[in-house]
Design a protein around this ligand. Structure first.
Ligand SMILES: NC(=O)c1ccc[n+]([C@@H]2O[C@H](COP(=O)([O-])OP(=O)(O)OC[C@H]3O[C@@H](n4cnc5c(N)ncnc54)[C@H](O)[C@@H]3O)[C@@H](O)[C@H]2O)c1
Length: 420
């Protein structure tokens, strides 16, 4: 019998900064896809990517300095966009209008208008737009999702998370023009909400029977970046600048079904990395920073004190003790063969995008998710600018959220590749 011919997806990559190797090598790791074209408006970025591809025995792609030319290339059927934050949305809109599936790296929006433009481009063309929010595919985030879907936490009441990652070095890259540094210099809001908000939104069925309705956001004073720059060379290195972004931004989001989400953004004070997730229901809780899970009726409870005057002390189970039985089905089939960056979640998110492209199916993170999640950035800026005033979150689905079904339990992967 003749061997079944594999159809290789033809992928274009726009933006060749430090994040792009994850997509270039990720395409190879995932398999059944080739990078046919790469693009960066900065010419000096092209050769390092070509070298990376040569070193990894990947075929030489076509190269472009203007992303519109890449989008017009018939040898590109879908694009991944690890470009800087501001160009994500214009590139995604142009990609959809050129008929190409598009997946942007993570980031926030600068205005609500550009998010409506994004939604309208997808609705008018019928082409999906995905965010490559790899944290939606993290093992522990998916374990929590699975525990929630199995009802073990009861009804979910409260979620929390953040991006708490010391990036003091950004104060030094003002001089070299790195876009992200300028966002931190000039804006004051939660610039990077989606690493925690993505998984939490999936848990709370946002845009599928639930939605964000309003938020408030509060910023502390800003000292961290100036101190970091001072330590690393002082004058001329950013230390003399006044950074607008407060060191800790706290955003509180209310959901239509009564849940509350607290998000933290903290990148300018020294601390270990954490996404600080907490998912809490009427019967149980996952707390990332405690590396623990507690489920009523299952986890250990100790009794202390003298007879007649006792009290109970609830004890954490380790997260690891839940993997064997409760890993998300996707992780059950992936855990013995983990490949790719960030503990495998880079591979899973790219695989999910490729599956959707291959089947011409909706992407598991869709344009409404992108708009709702990215809106938190500019809305938190608005709230902070108005003294932490509440601001409404637009309904980018225009009412579709009311009747959209929650996702099925394991809908995120159409692929056969990681089947158990
Ligand atoms: N998911 C994750 O774990 C993760 C990790 C790191 C970075 N990221 C995200 O990846 C993205 C890229 O990060 P980075 O650190 O490489 O950013 P960067 O700003 O250092 O590099 C981005 C590259 O995009 C290019 N670019 C900008 N505008 C362009 C345009 N119009 N056309 C073509 N190229 C353009 C720039 O010249 C630059 O080479 C960001 O959204 C970042 O938040 C995600």
């Amino acid at each position: 019998m003749a061997a079944k011919r594999v159809r290789y997806l033809k992928i274009g990559i726009i933006g060749l900064g430090p994040r792009s190797p994850a997509q270039i090598i990720g395409t190879k790791d995932v398999g059944n896809a080739v990078v046919t074209a790469i693009c960066d408006c900065d010419e000096s970025r092209i050769e390092p990517s070509l070298k990376l591809m040569r070193d990894n025995q990947m075929k030489r792609p076509r190269t472009y300095l203007d992303y519109r030319e890449l989008l017009a290339d018939p040898e590109v059927e879908a694009v991944m966009v690890p470009a800087s934050w501001n160009p994500h949305i214009p590139i995604a809109i142009d990609a959809m209008r050129a008929g190409k599936y598009v997946a942007c790296e993570v980031g926030g929006a600068c205005s609500i208008q550009q998010l409506w433009d994004l939604v309208h481009a997808s609705e008018e063309t019928g082409i999906p737009c995905m965010m490559l929010e790899n944290c939606c595919y993290g093992r522990d985030e998916m374990l929590a999702l699975n525990l929630v879907r199995q009802g073990l936490f009861g009804e979910i009441i409260y979620c929390e998370g953040g991006y708490e990652h010391y990036l003091g070095g950004l104060a030094r890259t003002i001089e070299s023009g790195r876009e992200r540094s300028f966002h931190n210099l000039r804006r004051n809001g939660d610039l990077y909400p989606t690493h925690a908000l993505g998984p939490i939104s999936k848990i709370l069925n946002i845009n599928r029977g639930n939605r964000f309705v309003s938020l408030t956001s509060t910023a502390t004073k800003a000292r961290g970046f100036a101190a970091a720059a001072e330590k690393n060379g002082g004058k001329g290195s950013g230390g003399h600048r006044d950074f607008n972004k407060g060191d800790v931004i706290t955003t509180v989001i209310k959901c239509a079904n009564g849940e509350v989400i607290t998000l933290k953004h903290c990148v300018s004070l020294p601390r270990p990395y954490s996404r600080s997730c907490r998912v809490q229901g009427t019967r149980g809780i996952w707390l990332e920073d405690a590396k623990g899970i507690f489920i009523e009726g299952r986890s250990k409870v100790e009794t202390h004190g003298p007879p007649g005057a006792t009290w109970q002390v609830e004890k954490w189970d380790t997260v690891e003790s839940y993997y064997e039985e409760h890993d998300h089905p996707l992780w059950k089939s992936f855990r013995d063969n983990i490949t790719g960056g960030h503990g495998g979640m880079d591979t899973l998110v790219i695989q999910a995008f490729f599956d959707a492209v291959r089947h011409r199916a909706p992407t598991p993170i869709d344009v409404y998710d992108c708009a709702a999640w990215m809106s938190i950035t500019c809305l938190s800026e608005d709230s902070i600018a108005m003294g932490s005033a509440p601001v409404p979150v637009p309904d980018f689905t225009n009412g579709k959220w009311i009747k959209r079904e929650p996702e099925r339990e394991t809908p995120w992967m159409l692929s056969e590749i990681y089947k158990g």
